[in-house]
Design a protein. Structure first.
Length: 180
């Protein structure tokens, strides 16, 4: 004969079988066990009586018509509050990023513009020196010969702007690093 504690798994299976909670394979295995187990055969009427007593003793559950509406409203409120919190957090992060970007642009412009102006001033000074040495005159004369005689002033201005812009772009990052 089997010990009672070794038989506990079958007591659980008996209750699950009565409740219809076993899958087909487990149900077939339990029914095969039940056919040959006197203890389970004697326990079966007790378990059935217990189930009937519980059903009779418990009041029937009835949900009013507004239950589904109230439940869904509570679910929506939870989801809405999470959504609102996420939106508030994202807007706060966006504001912080916009402030940071604004500070960076102002700082960059504060150093780039003076850097470019300083570069142009240096370029004009460099161009004056190059004019006195004759290098610029040779470049302008060669370009004017290819483009036409009227373009001399434009070539001088273009060379000055390119050299000034290049010098300004060299100085601007250096000035920005000094600010950091």
């Amino acid at each position: 004969m089997k010990q009672p504690n070794e038989h506990a798994q079958w007591d659980d299976a008996l209750q699950e079988w009565l409740d219809g909670e076993l899958n087909d394979a487990d149900s077939a295995a339990f029914e095969a066990h039940l056919a040959g187990c006197g203890l389970c055969q004697r326990s079966l009427p007790e378990f059935e009586a217990l189930d009937e007593a519980l059903v009779e003793a418990s009041p029937p559950l009835q949900l009013d018509a507004a239950f589904d509406q109230n439940l869904l409203a509570r679910i929506d409120a939870i989801d809405e509050s999470k959504r609102l919190e996420a939106r508030r957090r994202l807007e706060q992060e966006w504001q912080q990023q916009m402030q940071s970007l604004s500070r960076n642009w102002r700082r960059t412009l504060a150093f780039v513009i003076p850097g470019i102006i300083g570069g142009i001033v240096l370029a004009v000074a460099l161009m004056s020196w190059l004019d006195s040495s004759g290098i610029t005159s040779n470049l302008v004369a060669q370009g004017a010969a290819e483009l036409g005689g009227r373009s001399v002033d434009y070539l001088r201005l273009g060379i000055t702007a390119v050299v000034g812009g290049a010098l300004g772009m060299v100085f601007a990052p250096w000035l920005a690093r000094l600010a950091d």
